[in-house]
Design a protein around this ligand. Structure first.
Ligand code: ADP
Length: 305
């Protein structure tokens, strides 16, 4: 039995350097990456849509075409006159990657500015996904609009999944970051944090502490990712550690967490078994980190089953 999955956030233009020094253009962003992996792993009776705002320039057109060509629905994407998508560049120096961003005035910052359109899209969906980055790029008022719609969705029993994806630099203040990430969890049924981030920014001294904190905010299930250590699922039934899949050589960890989330949701929606879903997600994330780039093509994600 299928349904409609909607991921909400910002997809950016990505520039990375090829070996010959030329720049290569791609498209990526945490919530879009998760939509990509959800699309790759979900059965065809599930639709996967992306919710954002774009501009009216050629780059926005190209991004929309790219999404559509890969099976991701774009009907909910608003186009804003005179705006452009955000952009980031991956710099490589002595094997170390660093990122430069141009996203302060991207169209996506207005994604929740039209409350009616947002409500219509959320009402038409069965499963919602968003992140701390989605909240961080919005004005306080728009973040509250989005959270109110997500709380409505949660109240009528929809699955609302949230990755806090903590990026202090995106927030106007640490206070706002702590408050809105708490509100994000309150609006969600499933929270999918990364332990490193939570320990660094919320001072959690254990995975159990992260699970407790988000469950106190009202999330029914918490799935804490912890790199090569695996992921721990916390529910009313207790906590279960699902180990990561051993990888001979890690090539690029970009999208490890995003792909884990997309694969977890795909499997969980089909089989309703979080432990099996975490095993499946660990297999997909292990494949992703053995390839370059944020968006690994679906044919490279094939599993034995
Ligand atoms: P994030 O990218 O959000 O920081 P993590 O680093 O915790 O997320 O990774 C998410 C998932 O990716 C992990 O739960 C694990 O399944 C997989 N993973 C990440 N790093 C490794 C690794 N070195 N070896 C095997 N699996 C990994």
């Amino acid at each position: 039995m299928g349904g409609r999955f909607l991921s909400i956030g910002e997809c950016m233009v990505e520039l990375s350097q090829a070996k010959d020094g030329h720049l290569r253009k791609g498209f990526a962003g945490d919530t879009f990456n998760t939509a990509w992996y959800a699309r790759a792993c979900m059965p065809q009776d599930w639709s996967v849509d992306y919710f954002t705002a774009l501009g009216d320039d050629a780059m926005s057109d190209e991004m929309l075409d790219f999404m559509g060509a890969h099976g991701i629905g774009t009907a909910n994407i608003r186009r804003l006159l005179g705006k452009t998508p955000g952009l980031y560049m991956i710099n490589l120096k002595d094997g170390e990657r660093s990122f430069s961003y141009w996203r302060d005035s991207s169209a996506a910052r207005q994604l929740a500015a039209d409350g009616d359109q947002l409500r219509t899209a959320i009402e038409a969906s069965d499963v919602l996904y968003f992140s701390g980055i989605t909240l961080a790029i919005l004005s306080h008022e728009d973040a509250e609009t989005l959270l109110a719609e997500l709380r409505r969705a949660k109240a009528i029993g929809k699955l609302v999944a949230f990755d806090p994806n903590i990026r202090p630099r995106l927030w106007s203040s640490l206070d706002a970051m702590h408050t809105l990430i708490g509100e994000g969890a309150r609006a969600s049924t499933l929270v999918m944090p990364s332990f490193d981030d939570e320990a660094a920014h919320f001072g959690d001294d254990s995975i159990a502490g992260t699970i407790r904190r988000y469950r106190q905010h009202g999330a029914n299930m918490v799935v804490v990712k912890n790199g090569p250590e695996g992921a721990t699922i916390g529910t009313d039934a207790g906590e279960t550690l699902v180990p990561a899949v051993k990888v001979a050589k890690v090539v690029d960890t970009t999208s490890a967490g995003d792909s884990f989330n997309g694969a977890f949701l795909a499997d969980y929606l089909e089989h309703d078994d979080p432990i099996a879903a975490a095993h499946f997600a660990a297999v997909i994330a292990a494949k992703v980190i053995q390839e370059h780039g944020a968006l690994v093509p679906p044919e490279k994600l094939q599993t034995a089953d």
